[in-house]
Design a protein around this ligand. Structure first.
Ligand code: ZN
Length: 274
């Protein structure tokens, strides 16, 4: 009986031991489970945050792609505009002296007697012009004098030193055109605008300053050609009067209607040439 009791006791102990042995195992399992659950939830969280990050990255990439595409489109538009400007209004892009070339320019060129002056400080300084932005019309204020006589007067200034004056072109009484200074060089005619304009002196038979028909027609033709050559319009043709207020060319200052008509005639000639 006793042994049974002992046995029972031992059994109890064994049971207790086993229980006590089992409990830490259970605890460990619990802990592992807990750990697993924690690690699972951490993993879930990490997964979620990874998902969030990847969504954010995807958005970022998408935004970058959109920006790059937009940039490419804007660049394409910019270059397309440049090409259009280069075709329609090439002078807009030019910074320095610029001439249009081509058949139309050549075809509308009037006959010009090129009698360039000697380079000298009084009538042909040899200074380069900048981009040509206008054409300035003058009258010689020297009634009855021919174009070549006026040109020779400019040439003589290198010796006489009387004054500093000249002009790129002179239109004569018979409509002849004499060139004294290249268009890419400054002539002394239009004060502050010598640097960015081409000047035309026009001969007249008397004090009224009115031009003869032949002179007038050559003036129109020369102005239209210069407009084409420098990509200008008739609105860019101005009088010396518009630069300094001087009564030059007398006839076009005193008769605004005549000046208006001159612009209209150049416009017509330009239309024909284009
Ligand atoms: Zn003048």
């Amino acid at each position: 009986m006793e042994s049974t009791g002992v046995n029972k006791e031992e059994q109890k102990k064994t049971v207790q031991k086993t229980t006590s042995k089992k409990t830490p195992q259970k605890a460990a399992t619990k802990k592992t489970v807990q750990k697993r659950t924690v690690s699972q939830s951490t993993a879930q969280k990490a997964g979620k945050s990874r998902k969030k990050t990847s969504i954010k990255q995807k958005r970022k990439t998408r935004r970058m792609v959109i920006s790059i595409r937009l940039g490419i489109v804007l660049l394409a538009v910019f270059f397309a505009l440049l090409i259009v400007i280069k075709i329609v209004k090439p002078s807009l892009l030019a910074k320095n002296y610029f001439e249009m070339k081509g058949e139309k320019v050549d075809a509308s060129k009037p006959d010009i007697d090129v009698e360039l002056l000697t380079v000298n400080p009084y009538s042909r300084p040899g200074t380069e012009t900048s981009k040509i932005k206008g054409i300035v019309v003058h009258y010689t204020a020297n009634p009855g004098a021919t174009a070549i006589a006026n040109r020779n007067y400019f040439e003589g200034l290198k010796d006489s030193h009387l004054t500093k004056t000249s002009s790129n072109f002179i239109v004569g009484l018979d409509g002849e055109i004499v060139q004294c200074v290249p268009t890419w060089e400054v002539a002394y005619a239009s004060n502050d605008r010598n640097i960015d304009t081409v000047s035309i002196e026009c001969c007249h038979p008397d004090e009224s300053g009115e031009f003869l028909e032949d002179t007038y027609q050559s003036m129109v033709q020369l102005c239209a050609w210069l407009c084409l050559k420098f990509d200008l319009s008739e609105k860019d043709i101005i009088r010396h009067y518009d630069v300094t207020g001087k009564n030059c060319p007398k006839y076009f200052v005193e008769d605004e209607k005549a000046w208006e008509n001159f612009h209209k005639d150049v416009k017509k000639a330009l239309k024909k040439a284009k």
